[in-house]
Ligand binder design. Structure first.
Ligand SMILES: Nc1ncnc2c1ncn2[C@@H]1O[C@H](COP(=O)(O)OP(=O)(O)OP(=O)(O)O)[C@@H](O)[C@H]1O
Ligand SMILES: [Mg+2]
Length: 479
């Protein structure tokens, strides 16, 4: 089953807006940061609390040891356990067991219901350290305990002291703390997302104004430009690129409308001539000879029109990149000789000498387009060379390719015209140009052909003396 493109497009999820993306990203960063900081704080608090508890535990054992030292005998513990139980006053979670050297129980606080495990006992007279505190598993949760030998009375009778503590209250505190951290994390991430959304939306205002301006631009309002001076750096670059694009578009549209105007103007002249001649001829009866003369004259105009249309089409195809280049290894000397032979009769007619000066040279070019380019230059040269002058065709190898030159003696081209002669419909001296043969397209076609080849065209002209057009082709890999 085939799916219609519209249906496919409808099914594709819409990409998230930049604002939402930044907001989500900010909130993800906030979650990661809160998680890392929260875990660190939780860990620090847990270890600090455990250490404080252990210090308290060994402090209590030291205190119990001191109390025991002041008692006359182990039996005194049984008779009066108060000094020891008072030492644990306020610490309901502490469990104390004191046993005599023979293992008989001398004291057990009420909570000590389960037998405490045997752990290594700290010998008498050695002070307790944190390393003496061990883990212990009560009925619920976890616990810590320490076991030491205490000495009773002046004669130092040993008794076993075991002090343990449940940590369930501590675990509860830590659990509450973790819940608080989690709530803070959720609130923080939400706040970061909302703030991010608001900030990005605010910053996007500039972008929206750019979009507004872009929407207002059409071919008749191409002179609008974005003001980039006070824009943020990121938008400034975009604005500059946008303005540069508008410059190019404006230039292109101007040239296009100029081109259309010139084309219309140049087509109008021959069409008007044809119209007038035909109307005059039809105004009264004519002889066959007169009709023949009219048709012969019209035929010339038709030829000119046809050539103009063909040239304009050629340029349009080059512009639209529809013209393919067919490169071949071409013998340049033979090619120039062929052009020479083609134009020789025309040159002879106007008293111009046509010469070829080229060594054997090969280049990878499109032979048809090359003929057209050089042909246009030679036809211009012959037209602008006074009788008795010379037109030269030459070729030479250069450092990175080949260069063809078409030179002619004659009045040359004035400096002010040089920058324009390659423009479409430009004629240096329209008044003097032979209108029937000149449309001002020849050189723009030569330039277009050179651009297609990746080559260059340039001109040197000495007014009153000579003009030389150079076509340089860069070496292609397979020359
Ligand atoms: N060899 C030259 N000597 C003096 N002027 C030249 C020479 N070649 C070109 N020009 C000037 O440059 C202008 C542009 O030449 P281009 O070949 O584009 O147009 P054109 O010859 O007038 O018309 P088209 O070639 O379309 O029939 C010419 O009108 C002419 O004034
Ligand atoms: Mg020409």
């Amino acid at each position: 089953m085939t799916v219609a493109p519209a249906a496919k497009a409808a099914r594709r999820p819409r990409p998230l807006s930049l604002t939402v993306r930044v907001a989500l990203l900010l909130s993800a960063v906030a979650v990661a940061t809160f998680l890392a900081v929260g875990a660190y704080l939780y860990q620090t608090l847990a270890s600090q609390m455990a250490e404080r508890d252990d210090i308290e535990l060994i402090g209590k054992v030291a205190q119990i040891r001191r109390i025991l030292a002041e008692l006359p005998s182990p039996q005194a513990i049984v008779q009066n356990p108060r000094p020891l139980t008072e030492a644990l006053f306020g610490h309901d979670d502490f469990m104390l067991s004191v046993k005599g050297a023979d293992g008989a129980s001398l004291l057990r606080t009420s909570l000590t219901s389960r037998p405490l495990p045997q752990v290594e006992r700290v010998p008498p007279r050695r002070a307790l350290t944190l390393a003496d505190v061990h883990d212990w598993t009560p009925a619920m949760g976890t616990g810590r305990m320490v076991s030491a030998v205490g000495l009773v009375g002046a004669d130092g009778q040993p008794v076993q002291i075991t002090l343990a503590r449940e940590r369930s209250d501590r675990l509860r505190i830590m659990r509450d703390y973790a819940v608080d951290l989690f709530v803070a994390l959720c609130v923080g991430a939400t706040l970061a997302a909302l703030l991010g959304y608001a900030i990005v939306r605010h910053s996007m205002r500039r972008l929206r104004s750019v979009i507004g301006k872009a929407n207002a631009i059409n071919t008749s309002r191409l002179n609008t430009r974005l003001s980039v001076a006070d824009a943020p750096v990121e938008l400034r670059e975009m604005g500059q690129a946008f303005n540069a694009m508008l410059d190019r578009l404006e230039d292109g549209v101007q040239r296009l409308s100029g081109f259309a105007a010139d084309l219309a103007h140049d087509l109008r002249t021959p069409v008007n001539t044809l119209m007038m001649e035909t109307q005059v001829a039809l105004s009264r009866p004519r002889t066959v000879q007169e009709y023949q003369a009219l048709l012969a004259s019209n035929s010339e105009e038709y030829e000119r029109l046809a050539r103009m249309i063909e040239n304009t089409l050629f340029l349009a195809r080059v512009d639209n990149a529809q013209l393919g280049l067919r490169r071949e290894a071409v013998d340049l000397r033979a090619e120039l000789q062929r052009i020479h032979d083609y134009f020789e009769i025309l040159a002879d007619d106007v008293g111009v000498r046509l010469m070829v000066d080229a060594p054997p040279l090969r280049a990878e070019v499109d032979p048809v387009l090359l003929q057209r380019a050089v042909g246009n230059l030679v036809s211009n040269a012959i037209r602008h060379t006074p009788a008795g002058g010379e037109v030269g065709l030459s070729a030479r190898a250069t450092a990175n390719g080949v260069e063809l030159a078409v030179s002619n003696t004659g009045p040359g081209i004035a400096a002010e015209h040089l920058p324009h002669i390659f423009d479409r419909y430009y004629r240096a001296d329209p008044a003097r140009s032979d209108h029937a043969h000149s449309a001002g397209l020849g050189l723009s076609i030569v330039r277009a052909i050179m651009e297609l080849h990746g080559g260059k065209i340039r001109v040197d002209s000495m007014p009153g003396a000579s003009t030389v057009f150079y076509l340089s082709f860069e070496k292609t890999q397979n020359i």
